[in-house]
Design a protein around this ligand. Structure first.
Ligand SMILES: Nc1nc2c(ncn2[C@@H]2O[C@H](COP(=O)(O)OP(=O)(O)O)[C@@H](O)[C@H]2O)c(=O)[nH]1
Ligand SMILES: [Mg+2]
Ligand SMILES: [Zn+2]
Length: 325
């Protein structure tokens, strides 16, 4: 039988069968994944083959095969420095929430996020939230930012989670897909998910601020079915959108507008810095590539990733779960 992993808590996995039942499964034998040293063989989002165990009265099963993953996000294992922990797999879309100044989301932050998502092969949609709070200059900043990313080909949405603007359009984009929400703390991830699905009851900011201590506890990713035939993966307590190690030469490949031009550079190992006859620098001079993008590229090339901080929407809920115990 084939099912989808909704939750993983160490040695047990909650698998949803094709009929819609939830079955607690263990793993049979050892799995070795090609090309990755991972501390957990099975992750939320995996499609697995399993068989039911007849022995117990509770409905349990054993997993004996994992289907090939279309993508996965990882973080470094806490204890084993060279091992990876797979946070989640088979993600169709990531919605990156952006606010202009409360809190500020910079071009640099967005670009780093997009590069990681490109490397993971996950489609990102930019969601500009809190449009109800914009004054004239903020609106101009937002529209310019949107213009920069739309030019490259990224889809953008403008929403207000508190005034329910743009929410139906967002839901539309999630139908039949597995989604994640990401962005700085305070951009409105919990508020937005609550606006789409009030029954989830995610806690908003005030509670999390009160329980900032005790964040070292391990929490596990979990998949949720939403009422409009969409799924979301919540990764509480996990800061960042995973990590990707990349070679310097690879980086420009994850800037789609650079990638299109790089075959026209004189040198095929061009890093688009000081090299002569560089197609990317030429496009920059013609204003066909945004300077903000080029500056982000240079920063990533230098390996300066100090400002790369983000979280996912469930963080507050995880913190509040902790206080309930
Ligand atoms: N005015 C306005 N406030 C919002 C909007 N979305 C979220 N907020 C507020 O922003 C704060 C942070 O929201 P929260 O959902 O906790 O952010 P998270 O950290 O990303 O989960 C809360 O006070 C929300 O009420 C919005 O669209 N408009
Ligand atoms: Mg939150
Ligand atoms: Zn070049």
């Amino acid at each position: 039988m084939t099912g989808l992993v909704y939750k993983s808590t160490g040695s047990w996995y909650t698998v949803k069968s094709e009929k819609g039942d939830f079955i607690e499964c263990r793993m049979k034998g050892k799995f070795r994944m090609k090309g990755i040293k991972s501390t957990n063989p099975i992750a939320v989002g995996d499609i697995v083959d399993y068989e039911l165990e007849e022995t117990s009265d509770a409905l349990t099963g054993t997993i004996f095969n994992i289907h090939e993953r279309k993508n996965y996000i990882v973080r470094k294992s806490v204890n084993l420095s060279h091992q990876m922990h797979i946070i989640a797999s088979n993600i169709d879309r990531v919605f990156l929430l952006i606010t202009i100044n409360n809190p500020p989301t910079t071009f640099n932050f967005i670009d780093r996020f997009l590069v990681t998502a490109e490397a993971y092969n996950i489609e990102t949609i930019l969601v500009f939230n809190k449009i109800d709070t914009f004054d004239e200059p903020t609106l101009e900043d937002q529209l310019y930012m949107q213009y920069v990313y739309q030019q490259i080909g990224y889809k953008c949405l403008r929403v207000s989670s508190t005034e329910m603007k743009g929410i139906d359009e967002l839901k539309e984009m999630m139908i039949g897909k597995v989604s994640m929400f990401s962005g700085h703390s305070g951009v409105g991830k919990s508020t937005l998910v609550n606006a789409m699905e009030p029954s989830l009851h995610l806690k908003t900011k005030t509670i999390s601020e009160a329980s900032k201590q005790g964040q070292h506890t391990t929490t596990f990713a979990e998949m949720y079915d939403l009422s409009f035939n969409a799924k979301i993966i919540d990764t509480p307590g996990i800061k960042g959108f995973g990590i990707v190690d990349m070679e310097k030469e690879e980086i420009s490949g994850y800037f789609p507008e650079f990638f299109k031009l790089k075959d026209q550079c004189k040198f095929n190992n061009c890093l688009h810095k000081e090299e002569p006859h560089c197609a990317i620098k030429a496009a920059l001079e013609r204003d066909e590539i945004a300077w903000s993008r080029y500056n982000s590229y240079l920063k990533i090339l230098e390996g300066d990733d100090e400002h790369y901080r983000t979280d996912t929407y469930g963080e507050d809920r995880a913190a509040s779960d902790e206080t309930r115990k």
